[in-house]
Design a protein around this ligand. Sequence first.
Ligand SMILES: CC(C)(COP(=O)(O)OP(=O)(O)OC[C@H]1O[C@@H](n2cnc3c(N)ncnc32)[C@H](O)[C@@H]1OP(=O)(O)O)[C@@H](O)C(=O)NCCC(=O)NCCS
Length: 446
Amino acid sequence: MSALVFPHTFVPWFRAVAPYIHAYRGETFVVGVAGEAIAAGKLPVLAQDLALMHAMGIRIVLVHGFRPQVDEQLRLKNHPAKYHRGMRVTDAVALDSAQEAAGQLRFEIEAAFSQGLPNTPMANATLRVVSGNFLTAKPVGIVDGVDHEHSGFVRRVDATAMQGAMNAGALVLLSPFGFSPTGEAFNLMMEDVATETAIALQADKLIFLTEIDGVHEQPDDPASPIDTELALADAERYLRDWPEPRSATDRGFYLRYCVKACRAGVDRSHILPFAVDGALLQEVYTHDGIGTMLVDEKLESLREATSDDVSSLIALIEPFEREGMLVKRDRTEIERDIDHYTIVEHDGVIFGCAALYPYVQAGTAEMAALTVSPLSQGQGDGERLLKRIEQRAKAMGLKSIFVLTTRTMHWFIKRGFQVVDPDWLPEERKRKYNWDRRSVVMVKTL
Ligand SMILES: CC(C)(COP(=O)(O)OP(=O)(O)OC[C@H]1O[C@@H](n2cnc3c(N)ncnc32)[C@H](O)[C@@H]1OP(=O)(O)O)[C@@H](O)C(=O)NCCC(=O)NCCS
């Protein structure tokens, strides 16, 4: 059915997605997909979602897992699947099985990215998939007396070659296989490959599509909601307290890879359930997402604005100007005053701002254009912006800050502001005071 049948929902929805499309264009995401997702028949939809993200300018490395597929091959050969502490022990038969499974999966994945039937999301999609010997491996060796034979870890990732393929517009597909400098093949873990690749590329996101929903807010209570934004420090604490995970569904299995990536400079790592249709799109293109996003809190997200932020600021403020909550400011004025603005951003998208205009002689400053996007109001961003503006004013040696407001008096009263007569304003500001607007002047002593 045509989306235009629902213009009242389609248009606002599409516009709400726009900031994410702008923010992620040109960024690199490494997506690790559990073999279970492919066994569960999710490949065609996954290919559609990845092709859409690629079309919106995201550079993608896809790493597939193949645990159930290798186990299936071993079952057909009547050969036992051997694991030690959750890691496959790859004997000669298992190595053969892994090669067969990887060959089959690559074939299926390439086929999925080549669909182009009219009236499907893949119509008109032209996406080239490139794979190759991008990974060098080293043997796991003998652990607790168990020889892991052809099981390996990633030793080196050829980031330059992958960048070249992505520069040429391709999606890079990696199987969990690597070769040693002697030409020996090693069976790797999808999670290790995805993590090391994300680190080598200094990717913007590492995303695992998994059989679990994410990390729960009360990690010991699976009935508690999923923690959509987990701080690195909390994740590290969990991992210290939890027993070593032995299988992919054990607590902490994916999280430890996310923590490793985050510590090594990958801004964001995500754990998502493949069982939810469109999980990738929901996580990437909506504010709350669907799974757990691990963030290094240091990256969170109050900073002074730069000229690159002007368009985003206008988009943020404009609806409130139309409602009459904020005074109209044109682009030139914002461009000229950009140094006055502090912004709050989540995951690279701007969600709030405030500007500080000092009146040094009067020992005070105006906080103007305090705005938080309706998508993230009520989460403390307004308060954090206010605190930052207060710090900036204090650092300038000012004794108070003031605001002019028509509708937000109660918010400011709760935060220590008091109403004063407009005559209180510094002379220079009084001359610009719009007596028709009848804004209330409120002051907070610092
Ligand atoms: C005012 C504003 C910046 C607050 O941002 P925020 O991130 O939602 O603020 P916080 O999360 O720190 O605080 C939320 C609390 O403020 C309350 N609040 C929000 N707007 C309010 C208002 N206009 N009057 C009184 N209280 C308000 C919320 O109900 C919530 O209360 P609770 O904690 O008791 O549930 C935001 O609502 C906004 O952008 N408003 C429109 C623009 C505007 O009026 N700016 C001020 C111009 S002077």
